[in-house]
Design a protein around this ligand. Structure first.
Ligand code: ATP
Ligand code: MG
Ligand code: MG
Length: 347
């Protein structure tokens, strides 16, 4: 059998490893910290190890294909790996998606429309950006943000100093979108360019962390899903993308407003494990291994995925014999930490 290398050791890697095992693949996880939950057997590495060419060389030699489950892995080591072993998605997708400035420019280049925004490298830029973007706005760190970390809302110009002190640059200032709904588009693209799409879930966040993904989405989302999917397909084609790509959107007054993309499997796609014929994890494995993609049709009329965050109780999910409970095996339940999720499919 062949071995899939996964960069990143979180729950996404863990669920990828489960899907890979089902298809007969071995997985080798390179995790940048000691809290990896992706594999019981992986050697946990320090961040320094991750930049160590001997460690990376051993990893490349042990794998037939490499993928990533975390977009904040450094691009340099991934490009180095890509010279030695096939890496999917291509490191360019990683480079674009891990920098909000590059990401917004790239997406605008293929016809996508983010909220009004401006790049912010220093404090003077922020002053200039506030004139064009205007308040309310959000200052977001350009790199290394996730789950709403590294962002701050500005209701008026008076918030500029505090926001700059908290976030700093490089960052982007973007207009606050008073959206009615948020949704995501997940597609999978194979090595031959064949692309499949999942139904768009309606995503509800609390404190900038995803709480629920629900299908079918309300009519407002359905009305914009087609245009958003077309954009996701253009992004993928332009990047010669292989694997699952997720794009987040707001329902805008005149069409989908692009928020951000993730060059990987995505939390808003966890419902596909039980709620779609072939899950996002299996389709990602199929894509990177050069296999034909699986069908994405829903298995039920209604599907809801709910995240278990911090010390959210999960006993109710166990008591409901129809609920699919997933626990990620994390040791400590810090506030805001994703500990698991529950999926309910109604047929
Ligand atoms: P993740 O990568 O975990 O999805 P992130 O830290 O990259 O999160 P964003 O997706 O940019 O953060 O923002 C998190 C949430 O904050 C969004 O899903 C949305 O609910 C809200 N949000 C972000 N940008 C805006 C905006 N411009 N207007 C209104 N709400 C926003
Ligand atoms: Mg993000
Ligand atoms: Mg997001």
């Amino acid at each position: 059998g062949s071995t899939i290398g996964i960069l990143g050791g979180g729950q996404l890697g863990r669920m990828l490893a489960v899907a890979a095992a089902q298809l007969g693949y071995r997985t080798h996880v390179l995790a940048p910290d000691r809290e990896s939950v992706a594999a019981q057997t992986a050697t946990s590495l320090t961040r320094a190890d991750y930049h160590n060419r001997i460690v990376l060389g051993d990893f490349a030699a042990a794998c037939d294909v490499v993928t990533y489950e975390f977009e904040n892995v450094a691009v340099g080591p991934v490009e180095w790996l890509a010279e030695r072993v096939p890496v999917h998605p291509h490191p360019r997708a990683l480079a674009v998606a891990q920098d909000r400035v590059a990401e917004k420019r790239f997406v605008e280049g293929v016809g996508g429309r983010p909220a009004r925004w401006a790049p912010v490298a220093d404090r003077d830029d922020l002053a200039a950006a506030l004139e064009t973007v205007r308040c309310p706005a959000i200052l977001k760190t350009a790199r290394f943000g996730y789950d709403g970390k590294g962002q701050m809302r500005l209701s008026s110009l008076a918030d500029a100093d505090a926001a700059w002190a908290a976030i700093g640059g490089p960052a982007v200032l973007e207009a606050f979108v008073s959206f009615t709904h948020e949704f995501s588009i997940l597609i999978a693209r194979g090595q031959d360019g064949a692309t499949v799409r999942y139904d768009a879930p309606h995503n509800v966040h609390r404190d900038a962390i995803l709480r629920t993904s629900t299908l079918p989405a309300p009519a407002e989302v359905e009305a914009q899903a087609e245009e958003a999917t077309a954009l996701a397909c253009r992004i993928a084609a332009e990047l010669d993308y292989v694997g699952v790509l997720a794009c987040e959107f707001f329902v805008g007054a005149d069409g989908p407003v692009f928020n951000e993309m993730a060059p990987r499997v995505h939390n808003s796609g966890h419902w596909t494990i039980e709620g779609a014929e072939c899950s996002q994890f299996e389709n990602h494995v199929r894509a990177i291994c050069g296999l034909p993609l699986g069908a994405t049709a829903r298995t039920g009329d209604r599907v809801e995925m709910e995240n278990l965050i911090g010390d959210d109780p999960w006993s109710a999910a166990l008591a409901d014999t129809h609920a699919h409970l997933h626990l990620y095996g994390k040791h400590s339940a810090r506030p805001g930490r994703k500990m698991g999720h529950v999926t309910r499919v109604r047929r």
